[in-house]
Design a protein around this ligand. Structure first.
Ligand SMILES: Nc1ncnc2c1ncn2[C@@H]1O[C@H](COP(=O)(O)OP(=O)(O)O)[C@@H](O)[C@H]1O
Ligand SMILES: [Mg+2]
Ligand SMILES: [Zn+2]
Length: 360
């Protein structure tokens, strides 16, 4: 496989490839179609979920000469896709935090673009700007020239001053579901001539903790050493995580209130070097979804967005053995234990205590 990192190589080139951000994509593509793009956007959300990607797609669309935007065929799109993106100015606020940078930016903004119709300024990690820089930026946002579009991206929305927020159109980017990430990973693997089995992709997605970028980067590492097929066992080995069957065993031992067996599984997995945090996240995912399944069958689609069919099956089989109150209590126990995880002197202790309590 080529050495270029997957997530760079496959950054979406059209809005259709963006996964899990339907609301933002619909609003933005409509605005582009109607020629009513806002002069300032604020994109917030966790890292690796598509903020920069959508910002670049807007930049490309606004200067695209084709009819469907972006067309990926016109001279501008071709140049943009090859990496020399004129009219797109990306500023990392983490290293350009100050008033001087913003002043410079304000000078730059006034000049009309030499080619194309729009200059797009993407300010990443915008919450890092200093107060003075925000004030200077505010003046520009109050009277932006026709050709300028600002896109501020941040992982910490609450640190952006209200005066800035109110001058922008704000969009929250959500974490794609495990199922959405799984689907994209399988498509990317197939572009690399690799067959990625569904349960393997699902595990990579889970390991990415909701970040598409992290999931893609894990896939890239495994793809680099894989031959033709990537199966679940290969992913488990590469990530050093316990086999899914052991996690199922632990879930079922807890349902049966077999604390001796559940505890011995914790000890085995921990002494084999598996990450306690990972085991914990898996258990929580199982019992949280048990709660949804027990409540109403109408919630099934949300469960399917997170779990494999065989997991839904064994959870459903266990439901008659637990009352609603039981499941509720188990989730509270897991939640309380998760708060103790980072402070525990012995890393496996919170999990052990939780397991004993879960079996009562
Ligand atoms: N919603 C998404 N749909 C498809 N790919 C995504 C999505 N979010 C992230 N990616 C992948 O992760 C990479 C990094 O995403 P990026 O847009 O830079 O994330 P952010 O700016 O939110 O941190 C992209 O190049 C792309 O491959
Ligand atoms: Mg980004
Ligand atoms: Zn084009």
């Amino acid at each position: 496989m080529a050495h270029q990192v997957l997530y760079r190589k496959y950054r979406p080139r059209s809005f259709e490839e963006v996964v899990g951000q339907e609301r933002v994509v619909r609003a933005v593509t409509n605005a582009i179609k109607m020629g009513k793009v806002a002069h300032a956007y604020l994109f917030s959300g966790p890292r690796g979920v598509g903020k920069t990607t959508v910002a670049r797609l807007i930049a490309k669309s606004l200067n695209c000469e084709g009819t469907t935007k972006p067309c990926n065929l016109c001279a501008f799109c071709v140049e943009f896709n090859s990496g020399s993106s004129f009219n797109l100015i990306e500023i990392d606020a983490a290293s350009n935090r100050g008033i001087d940078e913003v002043r410079e930016l304000r000078e730059h903004v006034r000049v009309t673009p030499a080619r194309g119709s729009y200059k797009i300024y993407v300010i990443d990690e915008a919450h890092q700007l200093t107060e003075a820089a925000f004030n200077a930026l505010l003046k520009t946002l109050e009277e932006p020239p026709q050709h300028a579009v600002f896109i501020l991206a941040t992982t910490e929305l609450e640190k952006i001053p209200q005066t800035i927020v109110s001058r922008t159109q704000q969009f929250d980017f959500r974490r794609p579901t495990i199922d959405e990430i799984t689907g994209r990973l399988i498509r990317l693997a197939s572009s690399e001539q690799l067959s990625l089995e569904r349960d393997a992709a699902h595990l990579i997605a889970f390991a990415g903790e909701g970040s598409m970028r992290d999931a893609e980067s894990v896939l890239g590492k495994i793809a680099a050493i894989a031959e033709k097929t990537i199966n679940q066992k290969m992913v488990e080995d590469a990530l050093g995580v316990p086999p899914r069957s052991a996690l199922r065993d632990m879930f079922e031992a807890i349902v049966k209130k077999d604390s001796a067996h559940a505890l011995s599984l914790v000890e085995e997995l921990h002494s084999a070097g598996h990450d306690i945090h990972f085991i914990f996240r898996f258990l929580t995912m199982y019992f949280r979804n048990a709660l949804l399944l027990k409540s109403s069958s109408a919630l099934l689609p949300f469960v399917q967005a997170e779990l494999l069919p065989q997991e839904i099956e064994f959870i459903q089989n266990a439901l008659p053995e637990m009352s609603m109150q039981d499941i509720q209590k188990k989730n509270s126990i897991l939640l309380a234990a998760s708060r103790q995880m980072s402070f525990a002197p012995v890393p496996q202790l919170p999990l052990e205590l939780a397991v004993v309590e879960l079996c009562q």
